[in-house]
Write a protein that binds this ligand. Sequence first.
Ligand code: ARG
Length: 465
Amino acid sequence: MHQSQNKALWSGRFSSSPADIMRKFSQSLDYDWSFYKHDLQGSRAHAKMLHTINIFTLEELTLILSSLDEIEEEIMTGKFVPKISLEDVHMNIESRLIEKLGPLGAKIHTGRSRNDQVATDYRLFMKEAIEKLKSKLITFLDVLLTKAQEDIDVVIPGFTHLQHAQPISLGHYWMAYFWKFSRDFKRFNEAYITTDVNPLGAGALAGSTLPLDRQFTTNELGFSSITENSLDTVSDRDYLLEFLFAASTFMLTTSRLSEDLIIWCTSEFDFIDPPDAFCTGSSMMPNKKNPDALELTRGKTSGVLSSLYDLMANIKGLPLTYNRDLQEDKRPVFHTIDTVNIVLDVLTPLITGIKAQEDKIKPHLEKGFLLATDIAEYLVQKGVPFRETHDIVGNIVQFCIKEHKTFNDLSLKDWKEYHFSFEEDIKDILSPLSAIDRRTTFGGTARSEVTRQISAGKALLEGLS
Ligand code: ARG
């Protein structure tokens, strides 16, 4: 006897069916219908394995496989509309198979539970999603390398505490983000490795009395290894947490980058002109060009951080093994995948289109005594102890502020009043471009070092793609 269309596949033990509101409450189709391809893929592998252990004859397997293909076709052409009454993607597809094949279809769930089935679908789904994100991130990293090359000669003030600190190459700045995002890439990759383990065969929680061949499904599904413990397998969601953590640090990186760029777009700074295509205007003020894409990126970051917390809080108190709470693991992850994708889709052309406004940046280099450390180090080269030079230059800065002067306005006589070691060559120190090029420390802002970083970055990218 097989189930009628709307009857749950587990209804045997029940004398009445769930309340309508319970069906609505219990269903996960809103999310897990996205797993249909992976669910079919898992069923194909499971069916083939069942054939190897003589549960299915070859003819039966052939029928099962062709019916699964038909179901896929029906889904893709919109002929198969899943039913909420059947709870989730797993039971919808299984019910359709039973509709098609009767008792033979009813054999597909042999040795399998939705608990290992959902784990299998999810891991297959995540492997694809992470691969897609990784390739978008590689493109984005490449854009940062291009920007670094393009803007290597552009000198901007570098900041600490959002106060002028020392001059830096804008190329150096873009490379800072290149390295940050390359670590986010590494974390996505780690999450991929943790995900790439086959849960199928764990059953509901304890394995199976049937001689299931887990190595067979592992090969068939393209997983790199097999989960070791069935109890762990059906209760484990930490591969998702790892992904959410990688996504969270990625979003934090985009958010900090956005924050800088938003500041740089203000009339007060005016360092960059973001592309019109990624800004919006005001409904009232005709003068406005707002960097909304960057603000939205910063704003969307909180949603992703909350998703990590959402799943951690879900898991925190769960006893082993499967609990229905785990069905709620999809909302935060799906939201995060969508957000990271769209943020990469927006930031990639946005950053490509950013123009550095050198003429607007120049006057800023005159402010904030950016070369103070250079002057102190000039005296160090003449043998003056650094603490003393720090004090001397601090006094010069104080003098300049009082007199409304810059370092360039000082005569050699003025310099000498502060220390006899100052010579004519102090003038050579006072150019921002030479100031960046003197910082040749490994990882410093000298153009020679930025060039080295760009080559290292290129080599890294070549290794990734
Ligand atoms: N829809 C469920 C989920 O997403 C599938 C597993 C249901 N298992 C169960 N024992 N009720 O987690």
